[in-house]
Design a protein around this ligand. Structure first.
Ligand SMILES: *Cc1c(COP(=O)(O)O)cnc(C)c1O
Length: 401
C-alpha cells in the first residue's frame, strides 16, 4: 500500500468535509486503482520469520491479522476520523458493538455512568441491564436539562453517555453545556452521533471526548450493511479502546468497510437533500397530525439549540397520532413509504417505536422517555418529497386524519 495524499495529515488538514468524504484515508496498492481496493483477507504473510517477530513486537510497520488491522478497514477508519475532526477512529461490526466497546473499555465495577433517558432501545439496555450486571452503577436523566447531569454526578462518575438528537423523541442535548460539565470534572463524555453524523454535527467541536456511531445508518445510507465506529483522541483509541477490542473482536468485515467507504462518498449530498425533504414533509404533517417532534421546525421546543449545534437536522423525525390502532392503521395504509425500523436509508421508512425498536423497553420507562402509543418515526429518503407527501396524505385520509 502506498501512502497517498488522502492519508497525509499535512495535506488533508486543508481539505473540506465534502473532499474528505471522497478522498480521506485513501491508500492505493501497486495497481493504482481509483476506487478503494477491497482486501478480503484474514491474515498477512512475512518474508522472513524475523519480520513476523518484528511486526508482533511493533518494531516493523505492517499488518498481522484482520481482527487487528486490514487495509480496507483502515482506509474507512482514517476517513471517519478526518470527517469527525478526531485524532483516531476504530470501526466495529455494528453500532451496538461500537457503543458497548466505547463504554466497557473504560468502565469497571464500582464506577458510575450518567446516561440520557431518551435513547436507542439497545443503548438503554446497556445502561439499564448490562452495566449494572457488572457492578457499574448507572443513572438515567432527562438529557435535555444539563443540570440533570450535574445533579446526578457522584465522586465515582466516569462517563456521560447520550445521543442527540435522540431516538425516537428527537430530544436535543446541549453539547456545549453537558460536555463542559464533564470536562470540568474529568468525566469522559461519549456521544452517540448516529442521527447527525459528522456531516451535520461534530460533537468534539463542542467538547465531547468520544463519539460513537452506527455507520449502518446515514454513513452507509443505502440500507446495505451493519457497521459501527468509535472516535476519540489517539491516546483513548490506542490505549483504552484498542486493548479491549483487539482481544474481544467486534471487528468490522472488510467488505462492509468497503461498502461504507462508498456510502461516505455521497454522505454530504444525501444528508443535505434528506434534511431538506424532511423539513418539507414535516411542514406538511405539522398542520395535519396532533403533534410533531422535528428539531428542524420552529415548533420544536429546542429548535434554536438544534440549529446552534447542527448545520441541518437530518432525515428523521417523529409525530403522533391518537393511539396504537391509528398508528398501525396509518402504516398499513402507506403505498410508497415502507414499514421498516431502519433509519438513514435512501428509502423513506416508517416505524411505530412502541411496538418495534422500543418494545423491549418496559412500558413505564417508555412513557418516561416520551414514547407514547401513538408515536411514529419517519426516515425521509431521497424520493421526491411531493410523492412522500401524496402517500402520507392518502394514508392519513384512510385513518380519518
Ligand atoms: C441504530 C442505532 C444504534 C445501533 O446501531 P446498529 O448498527 O444497529 O448496531 C445505536 N444508536 C442509535 C442512535 C441508532 O440509531
Amino acid at each position: 500500500m502506498k501512502r497517498k495524499a488522502g492519508q497525509d495529515r499535512s495535506i488533508t488538514a486543508n481539505w473540506r468535509p465534502a473532499t474528505l468524504a471522497i478522498r480521506g484515508g485513501t491508500a492505493r496498492s501497486e495497481y493504482g486503482e481509483t476506487s478503494e481496493a477491497l482486501f478480503l483477507t484474514s491474515g498477512y504473510t512475512y518474508d522472513k520469520a524475523a519480520d513476523a517477530a518484528a511486526r508482533f513486537a511493533g518494531e516493523q510497520e505492517g499488518m498481522t491479522y484482520s481482527r487487528l488491522q486490514n487495509p480496507t478497514v483502515e482506509m474507512l477508519e482514517q476517513r471517519i476520523a478526518l470527517l469527525e475532526g478526531a485524532e483516531a477512529c476504530r470501526t466495529m461490526a455494528t453500532g451496538m458493538a461500537a457503543m458497548t466497546a466505547a463504554l466497557l473499555c473504560q468502565l469497571q465495577a464500582g464506577d458510575h455512568l450518567v446516561g440520557g433517558r431518551a435513547a436507542f432501545g439497545s443503548c438503554r439496555w446497556l445502561t439499564d441491564t448490562l452495566l449494572p450486571k457488572f457492578g457499574i452503577a448507572t443513572t438515567v436523566v432527562d438529557a435535555r436539562d444539563p443540570q440533570a447531569f450535574l445533579d446526578a454526578v457522584r465522586p465515582e462518575t466516569k462517563v456521560f453517555f447520550f445521543e442527540t438528537p435522540a431516538n425516537p423523541t428527537m430530544d436535543v442535548v446541549d453539547l456545549r453545556a453537558v460536555c463542559g460539565i464533564a470536562r470540568e470534572r474529568g468525566i469522559v463524555s461519549v456521544v452517540d452521533n448516529a442521527f447527525a453524523t459528522p456531516a451535520l454535527q461534530r460533537p468534539m467541536d463542542f467538547g465531547a471526548d468520544v463519539t460513537a456511531y452506527s455507520a449502518t445508518k446515514m454513513m452507509d445510507g443505502q440500507g446495505r450493511v451493519l457497521a459501527g465506529a468509535v472516535c476519540g483522541s489517539k491516546d483513548f483509541i490506542d490505549n483504552t479502546l484498542l486493548p479491549f477490542t483487539r482481544n474481544t473482536g467486534p471487528t468490522l468485515s472488510p467488505f462492509n468497510a468497503w461498502v461504507v467507504l462508498k456510502g461516505l462518498e455521497t454522505l454530504d449530498l444525501r444528508i443535505q437533500r434528506q434534511s431538506q425533504s424532511a423539513i418539507t414533509v414535516g411542514r406538511f404533517l405539522e398542520g395535519r397530525v396532533p403533534r410533531i417532534l422535528h428539531p428542524g421546525l420552529p415548533s420544536h421546543p429546542q429548535h434554536d439549540l438544534a440549529m446552534s449545534q447542527m448545520s441541518a437536522t437530518g432525515p428523521i423525525f417523529a409525530f403522533e397520532v391518537a393511539d396504537r390502532a391509528q398508528a398501525h392503521g396509518l402504516l398499513d395504509a402507506l403505498a410508497l413509504i415502507d414499514i421498516s425500523n431502519n433509519i438513514g436509508d435512501s428509502r423513506s421508512l416508517m416505524t411505530h417505536p412502541a411496538s418495534t425498536t422500543h418494545a423491549g423497553v418496559a412500558e413505564d420507562k417508555r412513557i418516561e422517555m416520551g414514547i407514547n402509543e401513538g408515536m411514529l418515526r419517519l426516515n425521509v429518503g431521497l424520493e421526491d418529497p411531493q410523492d412522500l407527501i401524496d402517500d402520507l396524505d392518502q394514508a392519513l385520509r384512510q385513518v380519518g386524519l
